[in-house]
Design a protein around this ligand. Structure first.
Ligand code: FE2
Length: 296
């Protein structure tokens, strides 16, 4: 039987890829955001040792206003340019999709009455949320991915409606993984607090200018991390709507809610590899080590 071997909060500031200077990115940096990048390095090493077959990422920047879409093309190659930071992120991607597993999650979700669709456009441009989280988790790109869109249910209806949908999507994801026989790593691609500066430092990697936007955001981030470290994922999900309202986080896309549901709302402590800010936003790199801690 297939299984979820880990679930990770994997934030996607394009700055992290920029600062790593991989050959795929045209923009070049001197350095920057080391605490977060070294946190990713630790997580990546740990995941690699677990030997996974597929990365399944839920991205707030692939926004399908209604329903949930899945990449449904085996090979996608193009250039991804961040709309806000085109001077930092112009990334030539070349990635493989596990279409069979994506279809299987799609089918399971449909059985639960979710609005779902396979994305079959071969010229589709993959969003930078998907790319940055996957690159930072696995810069070798040697395993296929499944990419899942986020929708506007939190805005159109309410945060609770969105979460109810994401809980079902999590269930569908788990069932499909189990049937696939594969070892999957889940990635919730988003930050914690998300109030950011409106002016950029020059150069952008000038770390003397980097800090949290304000203390209130920091306190909210610490509250969330405390719950993660204590294994209180249900409590975390319950206060997520308040957290989102106070910090305009990206949790309203549903990534964390989806992932916690897929893993059955873990009660064991998560591993926090790093916390740091990017243009004032709070970002944590966190792993729920489901293989070692989640099996009853
Ligand atoms: Fe974002």
């Amino acid at each position: 039987m297939g299984q979820i071997i880990a679930g990770c909060l994997a934030p996607h500031p394009p700055h992290l890829v920029y600062a790593e200077n991989p050959p795929q990115n045209e923009a070049k940096a001197e350095c920057g955001w080391e605490v977060l990048r070294w946190g990713y390095e630790k997580m990546r090493k740990h995941l690699k040792a677990l030997k996974y077959d597929v990365l399944i990422v839920h991205s707030p920047h692939w926004r399908t206003q209604i329903g949930t879409h899945f990449l449904g093309v085996e090979h996608l190659k193009s250039k991804s340019v961040d709309p806000i930071f085109p001077h930092l992120f112009r990334y030539n991607y070349d990635l493989k999709v596990d279409v069979k597993l994506a279809e299987s999650i799609h089918d399971e979700a449909k059985k639960l009455d979710l609005e779902v669709k396979m994305m079959r456009n071969p010229d589709f441009r993959v969003d930078y949320g998907t790319i940055v989280s996957c690159h930072m988790t696995n810069p070798d790109w040697d395993v296929p991915i499944v990419s899942i869109s986020s929708n506007g249910a939190a805005q159109y209806f309410s945060f609770d409606v969105m979460q109810a949908q994401m809980f079902k999507l999590g269930e569908a994801t788990r069932k499909a993984i189990e049937a696939s026989g594969k070892r999957a790593v889940l990635l919730a691609s988003h930050s914690l607090s998300h109030r950011h500066f409106v002016l950029e430092a020059d150069p952008p990697e000038d770390m003397s200018k980097e800090h949290i936007t304000h203390h209130g955001q920091y306190l909210w981030d610490m509250k969330m991390i405390e719950l993660m470290k204590k294994g209180k994922s249900k409590e975390m999900i319950e206060i997520l709507a308040d957290f989102d309202e106070q910090t305009i986080s990206e949790a309203n896309g549903g990534g964390l809610s989806w992932m916690m549901s897929a893993m059955g709302f873990p009660t064991y402590p998560a591993e926090v590899y790093a916390y740091g800010t990017v243009i004032g936003t709070g970002n944590a790199i966190v792993e729920w080590n489901h293989l070692e801690k989640g099996v009853e």
